[in-house]
Design a protein around this ligand. Structure first.
Ligand code: MN
Length: 314
């Protein structure tokens, strides 16, 4: 561990379909305290303002629920990530509520380094490649990859957007004045296993590679990780997005908004993140979608996330 971690706590959960991921960042900190670990006291924590009060509002953008408030979340989060990165050798470790926040983190990296090419390691059960045009749910936490790619995927769309929805989606895609933030060839998925047709078509069309759990086990983690590193060889920087639902819900716990079976085990998840963390060009790591309100094993998901994090920062 040669990096200089700065924790960024963003408790926004407004883009998830189930309530409770705003408690995720705190649950991870509780797990540290419970085990007598001082990690969160050893490094600075920047606590950001969320927009969770918007959960009381009526939804007037059903194809991109609470997207207006999410613009404010992005402002807050991207600003903090940018500032932290610009202050020298800092390594932002973002502990987030729902996965829509990742779009704000990516925007922060891109605005800090507008001329650099950002590679993305996306560890998730889901592809998060929906857009307001294709979404069956309207939950923006299923959209951050498409959003960062600046894509609409209208050809596979099922929804007609209102003027307001289209305007705010465009605002979010172009956030920070740069669009797209990332290129499809610079994304590598790990453990994605629950996608819908419009997402599959987009991934196929742009050749986005997913290392499925069976492929990782059949070919071996080492080989797949070396190959993934090669795929990102032309990228100047790397961002790692760790959605805890990438892990197997039966093995770990159901303490996440959209649990999916047959995922990674804790060691596999740790090894994948560690591999990229060891690279100099990796600049930011994010943990998302820990939901202690849904955890049937007490606080097991947050405890697991904390163990992974602690291992990585040793
Ligand atoms: Mn996700």
């Amino acid at each position: 561990m040669v990096k200089n971690p700065v924790f960024i706590r963003m408790r926004s959960e407004i883009a998830a379909g189930t309530r409770g991921s705003s408690f995720g960042p705190l649950a991870v900190e509780w797990a540290a305290i419970k085990s007598g670990n001082t990690l969160f006291n050893d490094y600075p924590i920047i606590d950001l303002k969320d927009q969770n009060q918007s959960l009381y509002n009526n939804v007037d953008t059903p194809n991109a629920i609470r997207i207006e408030a999410l613009c404010d979340v992005y402002k807050e989060l991207s600003g903090a990530v940018q500032e932290t990165l610009e202050k020298g050798k800092n390594f932002p470790v973002v502990i987030s509520g729902d996965h829509a926040n990742a779009g704000g983190t990516i925007a922060g990296i891109k605005t800090a380094f507008p001329d650099k090419r950002i590679g993305v390691v996306w560890i998730d059960a889901h592809g998060d490649l929906h857009t307001p045009y294709t979404t069956p749910s309207g939950n923006v936490h299923g959209m951050p990859v498409a959003l960062s790619l600046g894509m609409d995927n209208q050809s596979n769309g099922i929804n007609n957007l209102s003027e307001k929805e289209a305007r705010l989606w465009n605002e979010l895609k172009g956030f920070g004045g740069i669009q797209p933030k990332i290129l499809p060839q610079d994304i590598v998925f790990f453990a994605v296993r629950s996608t819908e047709e419009p997402e599959d078509k987009l991934a196929l069309e742009h050749g986005i590679k997913n290392y499925s759990v069976p492929e990782l086990r059949y070919r071996g983690l080492d080989l797949c990780l070396k190959e993934a590193e090669q795929k990102l060889a032309d990228c100047d920087l790397i961002y790692i997005s760790f959605d805890v639902d990438s892990m197997d819900c039966d093995l770990i716990s159901y303490g996440t908004g959209t649990p999916v079976q047959k995922g990674l085990d804790q060691q596999e998840a740790t090894s994948i993140i560690q591999y990229f963390m060891n690279m100099d060009k990796t600049v930011t790591l994010e943990f998302v979608e820990i939901n202690p309100l849904l955890d049937e094993k007490g606080n097991r998901m947050a405890e697991t996330a904390f163990e992974v994090l602690d291992e990585l920062l040793k």
